[in-house]
Design a protein around this ligand. Structure first.
Ligand code: NI
Ligand code: MN
Length: 227
């Protein structure tokens, strides 16, 4: 399974069986390094509705004639905007094409804004993505929570993509404990340095992971890692 980082929380995941993108916030992020028009995928997976995750989902789904996977309310929003969708909710899994997704709990919020209107987008989620015998856990935006231990106990997680930016999600200290609880062999830090509020030193975080026997990858936008 090949992971390519496109800044913030956006990850392109490729196996021989499938190609998907998670949280494609690309055109709105000057550091993403890619245009949504250049994304070729079989599905878009969303953790929640906030604009720094929803990003270019509708355009990518339309260009690729592929579905958007999201928690029920967010999936309905996408459907009303003309997208193909696959409805999910916390605790549910679904096999599709060459991959399986399971939506997990996340402690955060989820909504969409249109002008001065707030639209409810259901519960936020983390995503367990399995394809080609490998499993990635993308935590979405979340606080540390004790049931990450359960997620680690019940799944063999090859790599975890974890927010480390603090303020809006876990910071590095909590993400370090999350990595341990998830029993992740490899970790890709997410959700840092995009805005001044969430500035973090990702190499230092990866050094700390290394001291715990976990391999950390502070990817720059456009860089990949094979897990
Ligand atoms: Ni968020
Ligand atoms: Mn976010």
């Amino acid at each position: 399974m090949k992971l390519t980082y496109y800044g913030h929380s956006a990850l392109l995941v490729e196996t021989e069986q499938a190609k998907v993108i998670i949280d494609p916030f690309l055109s709105g992020n000057p550091d993403s390094g890619i245009s949504p028009a250049d994304i070729k995928v079989d599905a878009v997976l969303l953790t929640h509705g906030h604009s720094d995750h929803f990003g270019d989902s509708l355009e990518i789904a339309k260009n690729n004639d592929c579905p958007i996977f999201a928690v029920y309310e967010l999936a309905e929003y996408c459907r009303m905007k003309g997208a193909k969708v696959q409805h999910m909710n916390t605790g549910g899994s679904r096999a599709y094409g060459g991959f399986t997704v399971k939506y997990t709990q996340a402690f955060h919020s989820s909504s969409i804004t249109e002008g001065d209107t707030w639209i409810y987008a259901g519960q936020p989620a983390g995503i367990l993505l399995t394809s080609g015998g490998k499993t990635l856990f993308h935590a979405g935006d979340t606080a540390l929570f004790g049931d990450m231990r359960l997620i680690g106990e019940r799944n063999r997680i090859d790599a975890a993509a974890l927010p480390i930016g603090d303020v809006l999600t876990m910071g590095p200290d909590d993400a370090l404990l999350a990595a341990r609880w998830l029993r992740a062999e490899k970790v890709v830090p997410l959700h840092y340095n995009t805005f001044p509020d969430i500035a973090q030193d990702a190499s230092e975080f990866c050094d700390r992971l290394g001291q715990e026997g976990i391999q950390g990858y502070a990817l720059k936008a456009g860089e990949s890692v094979e897990i």
